[in-house]
Ligand binder design. Structure first.
Ligand code: HEM
Length: 145
């Protein structure tokens, strides 16, 4: 697929994914103390149900386009320590794989009804920090070396 199409798809999917994570951490976690525990639990379950419906598609587009673009850089990525670009892109991909592991864990816990509030919070904060690092790396790699 054309590189311009891949990066556009990647950016749109990243914007939905990152936007959702930022909303959940900055808004939802921010209102936790003002909302009764049972109501918050219902909201978390409803969000989990909604996320299970559309997030897999966002993930497929995000990672699919990412892999398609990484294929263009396969020669560079074969030597991740040779250039700053290759190092930063490799780090970004590693962090993205870690985000995927978080996402799969959340889906499995949620589907089995084992997602507790403390899991919900820990996964959110960890993915949020991953997102900050991924965005910084994604932009920094274009300006170094
Ligand atoms: C949580 C997952 C991910 C997020 C949030 C994310 C986000 C981004 C963002 C914001 C950019 C900058 C695009 C621009 O400004 O032009 C980018 C670029 C890029 N991403 Fe990702 N990405 C993710 C996963 C991946 C994965 C899994 C791969 C590859 C396996 C990948 C490969 C790339 C490549 C190669 C570029 C460079 C595009 C270029 O400028 O030529 N990404 N990503």
């Amino acid at each position: 697929m054309n590189y311009a199409v891949l990066i556009t798809l990647h950016l749109f999917a990243a914007f939905i994914f990152v936007g959702t994570v930022f909303f959940e951490v900055l808004m939802l976690e921010g209102i936790r103390k003002q909302v009764p525990r049972d109501a918050m639990r219902s909201v978390e379950q409803a969000i989990g149900k909604r996320a299970r419906r559309f997030m897999p598609w966002v993930i497929i587009v995000l990672y699919g386009a990412g892999i398609g673009m990484a294929w263009h850089y396969r020669v560079v990525l074969a030597h991740p320590l040779d250039t700053p670009f290759a190092t930063l892109l490799s780090l970004k991909i590693l962090l993205a794989l870690s985000v995927l592991a978080h996402f799969i864990t959340a889906m499995v816990l949620s589907t089995r009804g084992k997602m507790k509030t403390r899991h919900f919070q820990a996964i959110h904060v960890s993915v949020f920090l991953h997102m900050l690092a991924i965005i910084l790396l994604a932009k920094a790699m274009l300006y170094v070396g």
